[in-house]
Design a protein around this ligand. Structure first.
Ligand code: GDP
Ligand code: MG
Length: 721
């Protein structure tokens, strides 16, 4: 083994020199920092990947890995970690970060270099984490990010002073504009990740003395040494005296000693709980007094002025509701034209296929089965794009964080705190990231309650179902000039989902998930003009996954459905009768007795069964079966909604759908758990089948019960015809 080259001070450099060139991939660089300081943006800038960034905490809840190519062809692995304020934090996502940093994670090697991202606008708070990293002698480089925002706020940072006092390199960056990224790469490449100066902060004399004694005892009884022993001692000294009884993992002699320490410190008037945090901050404040200067501000910042209205008790909620109403309204009006184009495009395609393929099963399979199902879903692409454009702009501008802040009061009523609202907001897009985002919640009961109700929020897969039914059955009457009955119906479906989620959360928290409501501290990021790039990247990703599903699962399922709906063959029968006696019709009629009380007939039944897999399947199923059903009219396709509108049951002569059935169906889709992927994620996150099973059971019961009540009430009001 070659000895380390002279002059290489760092662990990182040694790793490079010790191994032959092939082993370089062992090098791991980790990004850490407070939530929302720009870690993921920096990660993307360094690796060229496109991880999701968001202007609120809780977006990155797992570690993400990427390859980082340094100047001289050296490659290393870069890990983006969830945000954390401290190495001693307790939420599951923060725990991931700490475990990896301290080399306690089983699957990830301890990083060779840690890049701590420091938000230049919040240096003091970020230095708390830095000081913990220094105490742990972690090889460190600091990326001082958001220097653009700091400059705008009149904050000046003297980099040299910081570097001198901390003993590590500090690189200024603007991750969102890729400024300073090359320099950071260079510094990482030089292996300039020296462990900086540790333990510069001082505890008050008596506390330090007790601490040292305790460290000695921890070594003697539990073989704990170094920083681990110090952290343990600090935790023991800060803990409630009463809690000591329950800490049976400690030797009784030790616990007795700690109890006496507590008495002595209290006699001296030391606040044991805050003394450790305070001592660090004391040092940080002294350092910042020298290294950071803040120009006196004249008056309020723009953010403050906007927030005074937007987070107002009353106006805040009015504005929130207004923005949501506008969102759903524009989904209808702005998407109408591109949706018509897509529809016409598929029309032309099916005409073309009809011309070139001779009549028969193949033509029917392709045109009526496959194309019919896929076209029905793909037509909704413009609405999906609009939805994500809106969500992206609301998130990146900083408004979503305010929405969570406003909702904190409401969440408090149901026994949860505002932190739980962010996963619920994410679930508007899809319940899967929503359930993942619950990892930011410390209290495991709160986390479970939030996960259980997240799928009640209307995800984007429900949007095509809602808008298809609304377009077909809700009159486009205008309300208050700017809104239409259609837009308001859509808004109420989203409202129903939210209301149901809050109601169920309340019920769970009142019964088997009881716990006290912790205080919620949420940071409100500054407002900013949304970055077009990051919004578009997100929209493109969502549009792609929507189309991908349409081209794979939905295409396959539509073909299968075509067979099930066309066989057994009944030549000579009317198309409607053929469908009724096909395998699919049989299945629909089999479950009809169960769904009859909800006002649904066997045709709706086919849709309900196929959308157990995935909600949009309802739309493609309707697309396919109405195509088969209307097999007499050759060529161009009447729009699906017109066909659904004029459809009558061949046996009874009653319309398959009325406005009431449409509303009942929507209510059913709001509340029912029809998504296999969500079940799989729940299984993974709760590590058991118990909770997903419970979730399916309660959501099905809720969907069935509420739909039944709505249908009965509708009939009673005379809305059935
Ligand atoms: P993370 O929580 O630390 O991963 O933070 P993100 O990477 O998700 O970024 C949070 C927000 O800060 C996003 O809206 C970014 O666009 C924005 N952002 C990131 N870096 C900078 C920067 O250097 N300057 C400014 N002004 N904004 C930034
Ligand atoms: Mg992140």
């Amino acid at each position: 083994m070659t000895p380390p080259a002279a002059g290489s001070r760092t662990g990182l450099f040694r790793t490079v020199r010790k191994h032959p060139a092939g082993a370089l991939k062992a090098r791991t660089v980790a990004l850490v920092g407070n939530p929302n300081c720009g870690k993921t943006t920096l990660f993307n800038a360094l690796t060229g990947l496109r991880q999701r960034v968001g202007n609120y905490p809780g977006v990155t809840v797992e570690k993400k890995e990427g390859r980082l190519a340094l100047q001289d062809g050296i490659q290393c692995t870069l890990i983006d970690l969830p945000g954390t304020y401290s190495l001693l934090a307790s939420a599951p996502d923060e725990q991931i970060a700490t475990d990896i940093l301290l080399g306690r994670a089983s699957h990830t090697a301890r990083p060779d270099l840690v890049v701590c991202v420091v938000d230049a606008c919040n240096i003091e708070r970020s230095l708390y984490l830095v000081s913990q990293l220094l105490d742990r002698s972690v090889p460190l480089v600091i990326a001082l990010n958001m220097v653009d925002a700091a400059e705008r706020n009149g904050i000046t940072v003297r980099l040299r002073v910081l570097e001198r006092e901390l003993g590590v390199r500090v690189v200024p960056t603007v991750a969102s504009k890729r400024r300073g990224v090359e320099e950071l790469k260079r510094v990482i490449g030089q292996g300039a990740g020296a462990a900086g100066k540790s333990r510069q902060w001082r505890l008050p004399e008596p506390v330090q003395r007790e601490c040292d004694e305790l460290i000695g005892l921890l070594d003697e009884h539990h073989q704990l040494k170094g920083p681990d022993a110090f952290d343990e001692a600090a935790a023991l000294l800060a803990t409630d005296t009463a809690d000591l009884e329950r800490m049976v993992r400690y030797d009784p002699v030790l616990r007795d000693h700690v109890r006496r320490d507590h008495q002595r410190l209290e006699f001296l008037g030391v606040d044991r709980r805050s003394v450790f945090v305070e001592a660090r901050y004391q040092w940080i404040r002294t350092l910042c007094a020298e290294a950071v200067s803040q120009e006196p501000r004249n008056g309020d910042t723009l953010t403050h002025r906007i927030d005074r209205i937007v987070t107002h008790r009353v106006w805040g909620i009015v504005i929130f509701a207004g923005i949501m109403a506008l969102l759903f309204q524009s989904i209808f009006t702005w998407a109408a034209l591109p949706m018509a184009w897509i529809h016409d495009g598929f029309d032309a395609l099916s005409l073309l296929l009809t011309r070139i393929i001779p009549p028969g099963d193949l033509r029917n399979l392709l045109v009526r089965g496959a194309l019919g199902g896929v076209a029905a879903v793909v037509t909704f692409l413009p609405q999906i794009i609009l939805l994500f454009l809106f969500i992206g702009v609301l998130e990146d501008s900083g408004y979503m964080a305010r929405a969570a802040f406003i909702m904190d009061r409401v969440m408090g009523r149901v026994g949860l705190h505002g932190k739980s609202f962010i996963p619920l907001l994410s679930s508007f897009a899809c319940a899967i990231p929503g359930i993942m985002a619950t990892r930011t919640i410390e209290n495991s009961k709160d986390r479970l309650a939030t996960m259980l109700v997240a799928p009640l929020m209307s995800c984007s897969a429900r949007l095509p179902v809602y808008t298809l039914l609304i377009a077909a059955f809700i009159p486009a009457r205008s309300v208050l000039g700017i809104f239409t009955a259609a837009g308001l119906t859509l808004l109420s479906m989203y409202g129903l989902g939210l209301f149901a989620a809050l109601g169920m959360a309340w019920l769970f928290k009142k019964t088997f998930l009881k716990s006290s409501v912790p205080v919620f501290l949420m940071e409100l990021p500054e407002y900013k003009i949304p970055s077009i790039r990051s919004v578009l990247v997100q929209v493109a990703e969502r549009a792609y996954s929507f189309l991908h599903r349409a081209g794979t699962i939905i295409l396959g399922a539509s073909i299968l459905l075509w067979f099930l709906a066309s066989y057994p063959r009944m030549d000579g029968a009317l198309p409607a009768e053929r469908l009724q006696h096909s395998y699919a019709g049989l299945a629909g009629r089999f479950i009809e007795p169960v769904i009859r009380p909800l006002g649904f007939d066997w045709k709706v039944g086919i849709g309900l069964v196929s959308s157990l897999l995935q909600r949009e399947m309802f739309v493609s199923t309707m697309g396919t079966i109405y195509n088969i059903d209307n097999a007499n009219d050759e060529g161009g396709q009447a729009s699906l909604r017109d066909r659904m509108n004029s459809d009558r049951d061949p046996a009874t002569g009653l319309p398959t759908f009325t406005a009431l059935t449409a509303v009942c169906l929507m209510v059913y889709y709001v509340l029912a758990m029809q998504c296999l992927s969500t079940v799989a994620v729940m299984r993974r996150e709760t590590n058991s089948w118990r909770w997903p099973a419970f979730q399916i059971a309660y959501m099905s019961a809720l969907a069935y019960g509420v739909t039944f009540v709505v249908y009965r009430a509708g009939l009673w009001l005379g809305l059935g015809g």
